[in-house]
Design a protein around this ligand. Structure first.
Ligand code: SF4
Ligand code: SF4
Length: 361
């Protein structure tokens, strides 16, 4: 295992971190794969990762990640609290709610988390998070009180992460990216403001989709080829821990496919929309283009029911907006030159076809 600096925090973290979703028990919607580990099994899996060099463990407040936070606290106590870095988070945007959530996390963990993130910061809640008395102010207060060591902001949106990178209250950022959805990582690599912050990357396997197409070591090394601190991988078994944390020893010269080569691999299954989710296209009519394209690609990559359900909710309106859009500003923003309105029509046809088939049963 190799280690990297976590921005300016002074912490040194393993290049691969342990994502705790797969060790939770309970009915929690975040689960892509469900292992249902009891406490003893969960602690044993975390120990196996530790023995392979992992020192960063990422979790979230109960019940967002089920009981994972409690299990992580037990593991930390057993292994020696000072030997690991605990990254925790909660999806609260109001300052008071965030403050209470952190106190609950401390109780669940039985210790102080090293980093605490505002989780899933999105455009609908951005102002609330950043405003006076919002979640970021609460984290700063908690840091001053010694209840957390560093503040964090986690988001799937580049513009929100960039705002976090400019904000002195934020110590660590957490964003998403992978071999396919690499556009945001490329923008982060090109923006020096990010260098001062620690940066954790999640969704390295794209919700469990990509390991069916590419070796785990390629997926991990692809993310680590960007200037980030640590890539988070969800681990639910000793075998998964070995695959993720021993990637270092497997091959030093793994060849990383470029974006075109990734598309070529996926084209054996379907015609993907060649969107790397750089998020440069901003639709003034409110369509979140990169999210719609992700759901389309994920539909063919194994998340059919989930993706169709999401697309079903808004694609009719998005396609109609495109039909009525005369200036189409998104077209000039897309470096991949994707015919965005045409793709919206293609997605609408897919959803209609499958909705009709579904309803005919
Ligand atoms: S063409 Fe469609 S996606 Fe593009 S700006 Fe117009 S409404 Fe938005
Ligand atoms: S559609 Fe184009 S601009 Fe928009 S996220 Fe995808 S690649 Fe980037």
């Amino acid at each position: 295992m190799r280690y990297r600096k976590l921005g300016n925090t002074g912490l040194i973290v393993s290049e691969v971190g342990f994502g705790t979703i797969p060790i939770l028990q309970g009915s929690v919607p975040v689960l892509p794969e469900y292992f249902n580990l009891n406490e003893k099994q969960a602690v044993s899996v975390m120990e196996s990762a530790f023995r392979l060099g992992c020192n960063l463990y990422d979790t979230a407040v109960v019940p967002e990640y089920g009981d994972a936070e409690i299990k992580l606290g037990k593991f930390a106590l057993g292994i020696g609290r000072e030997k690991i870095v605990i990254s925790d988070k909660a999806r609260f945007f109001d300052g008071n709610e965030m403050y209470t959530a952190v106190l609950e996390s401390c109780e669940n963990l039985g210790t102080v988390p090293d980093i605490y993130f505002v989780h899933q910061a999105d455009p609908d809640h951005e102002e609330e998070i950043f405003q006076k008395g919002g979640a970021l102010d609460a984290l700063c207060e908690l840091k001053e009180e010694g209840r957390i060591r560093f503040t964090g902001l986690a988001s799937h949106y580049y513009d929100i992460l960039l705002r976090g990178a400019k904000d002195a209250r934020v110590d660590v950022l957490q964003g998403s990216g992978n071999l396919l959805e690499r556009g945001m990582l490329e923008r982060i690599a090109g923006e020096p403001l990010f260098r001062a912050k620690g940066f954790l990357v999640n969704k390295v396997f794209a919700a469990g989709i990509l390991p069916a197409f590419f070796p785990v070591e390629v997926l991990i090394k692809a993310v680590l080829s960007y200037p980030v601190s640590c890539t988070l991988v969800g681990i639910g078994s000793v075998e998964q821990a070995e695959a993720a944390f021993m990637q270092d020893t497997l091959s030093a010269d793994v060849l990383l496919p470029d974006f075109e080569q990734v598309l070529t691999v996926l084209e054996k299954k379907f015609r993907p929309i060649p969107c790397d989710r750089c998020q440069r296209c901003l639709c003034p009519r409110g369509t979140e283009i990169h999210t719609v394209f992700r759901q389309y690609n994920y539909y063919f990559l194994g998340k059919d029911y989930w993706a169709l359900r999401k697309l079903d909710m808004g694609i009719g309106e998005s396609a109609e907006l495109c039909r009525r859009c005369t200036d189409m500003p998104c077209l000039s923003m897309c470096p991949a030159k994707i015919r965005i309105p045409d793709e919206m029509e293609r997605i609408l046809r897919l959803v209609r076809d499958h909705t009709i088939v579904r309803h005919s049963f």
